[in-house]
Design a protein around this ligand. Structure first.
Ligand code: SAH
Ligand code: SF4
Ligand code: F3S
Length: 440
């Protein structure tokens, strides 16, 4: 038997990249590759990249720089760049970094085995097309190995919204939803491999409108109700959602579907209507707050998470205060906040920019507020009984770590509990980034 080749994948960016990396690793399994945790003994290094902010994109080149030594020692080592930087920069990557053998955009992963063969043959391999076919359907994988209790499942890709700051519509292409039957089949398979919780993924997951099982198109709410029927699947989550696609049936599912978890990531970006308009977000602060109000009516204990951008072009102190007001009104359990980063080719890049020092100072103020809300909501869990899905062993002997329904990390002394078990836990303490509980 020939020795398996070793593949090292490093993943940047969002959960969709995490899912893509898993699928690429499986597909390369069919080409005789096994995954390795270290670049040092790899036959192929694949960087799955993110283009969302300047820093994210620049990381790729500094990472590639680190492999120079390896590549000159072992010219047989193949180096590939996948993901959103690959899509955005294409051939330019090979010009800037000639040791790169392969560049593959996010919609062409089904061609990875072919591209790898080409690169092995000593040619440069590049594919950044947006083909019609479902790449996941064409990415054939090996017999199914056992998995951990949680999994991502991409149901929708791309974005047609064109927010003025964002590269995603260019790197991931137009919105496409996968047919429901394929998603249900994949979910069933994941459950058979040990998965208990599935997070449905999409750049605009709540705009899902895939071909339904009987033909007519299904909404995300319809898809969730179909997943609800899978025995052995205990929890359903979805991310990321756009406020304008938060339909009433989807909000009602939060009230009625027991498997749908009381947690929602609903980015708003800014609380200023002037800025929202310039961002091309197509919603106002008030329409966003109305959605939140409906959600809380449907599921009073729902925990909200958001994304924020400070220092968008022409953002004044007053605009920033409107963001602070909105944050105070919502109270977030989790949040991601960023300084606006100018992305070439996007409309906002052409507008008058806010000074870096102002952005930094606003980000600090916003993060202080978000952090205090986050801590406050976490503390309120103390004394409550929560259900925890245990995912792995903790640092101390007999300790296990899992996630609550609200996505808080919980650890507990639970020597007899197995990975993948759901157990009731009483929360006794709130630490910086996690909760401590006692098994009931
Ligand atoms: N599709 C999702 C997520 C897009 S990217 C959505 O619409 O919410 C994730 C987050 O990155 C965005 O929500 C936004 O807050 C941030 N982001 C995107 N482009 C950015 C930029 N140019 N500068 C700073 N942050 C940005
Ligand atoms: Fe980017 Fe806006 Fe699309 Fe989200 S909705 S991916 S922020 S363009
Ligand atoms: Fe980054 Fe692409 Fe995701 S730009 S955030 S990896 S869609």
């Amino acid at each position: 038997m020939t020795q398996p080749k070793k593949l090292f994948i490093k993943t940047y960016g969002c959960q969709m990249n995490v899912y893509d990396s898993e699928r690429m690793a499986e597909a390369m399994g069919g080409q005789g590759y096994v995954q390795t945790d270290s670049p040092d003994d790899a036959d192929m290094i694949l960087l799955n990249t993110c283009h969302i902010r300047e820093k994210a994109a620049e990381k790729v080149y500094s990472e590639l720089g680190r492999y120079k030594g390896l590549k000159s020692e072992r010219p047989d080592l193949k180096i590939g760049v996948a993901g959103c930087v690959a899509q955005a920069e294409g051939e330019e990557i090979m010009r800037r970094q000639p040791m790169v053998d392969l560049v593959v955009g996010p919609q062409s992963y089904h061609r990875l085995p072919e591209l790898e063969a080409k690169a092995r043959g000593g040619e440069k391999a590049l594919d950044t097309d947006f083909p019609e076919e479902d790449k996941f359907e064409r990415l054939k994988s090996r017999p199914k190995a056992k998995r951990g209790p949680t999994a991502f499942l991409t149901v929708q890709e791309g974005c047609d919204k064109f927010c003025a700051f964002c590269v995603v519509p260019y790197t991931r292409g137009a919105e496409v939803s996968r047919p429901a039957a394929r998603i249900l089949r994949e979910a069933q398979e994941l459950v058979e491999r040990g998965v208990r919780e599935i997070t449905l993924l999409g750049q605009n997951v709540n705009a899902y409108h895939g071909e339904g099982v009987a033909g007519a198109r299904w909404s995300l709410a319809r898809l969730i109700w179909a997943l609800d029927e899978i025995d052995g699947l205990e929890r359903i989550r979805f991310t990321t959602s756009h406020p304008n696609d938060m339909s009433d049936p989807l909000i009602e599912a939060h009230a009625d579907c027991k498997k749908l978890m009381p947690y929602l990531h609903l980015p708003v970006q800014s609380g200023s209507d002037k800025i929202l308009k310039r961002m091309n977000r197509a919603h106002t602060a008030e329409s966003y707050l109305r959605v939140i109000e409906k959600l809380r009516k449907a599921r009073p204990d729902i925990l909200l998470s958001g994304d924020f951008i400070v220092g968008f072009p022409e953002e004044t102190e007053e605009d920033f205060q409107a963001t602070m007001d909105l944050v105070r009104a919502v109270e977030y359990g989790q949040a991601y906040s960023f300084k606006y980063s100018t992305r070439p080719g996007t409309p906002a890049a052409e507008r008058p920019q806010v000074e870096e020092a102002v952005k930094t100072e606003r980000l600090h103020r916003l993060q202080d507020l978000l952090w205090s809300q986050q801590r406050g909501l976490q503390k309120r869990m103390v004394g409550r009984e929560v259900s925890v899905l245990f995912e792995k062993a903790g640092r101390d002997a007999g300790q296990m770590v899992g996630k609550s329904e609200h996505l808080h990390a919980v650890h507990a002394y639970a020597p007899d509990v197995e990975i993948g078990e759901l157990r009731q836990v009483r929360i006794v303490e709130s630490l910086t980034n996690s909760l401590t509980g006692e098994l009931l």
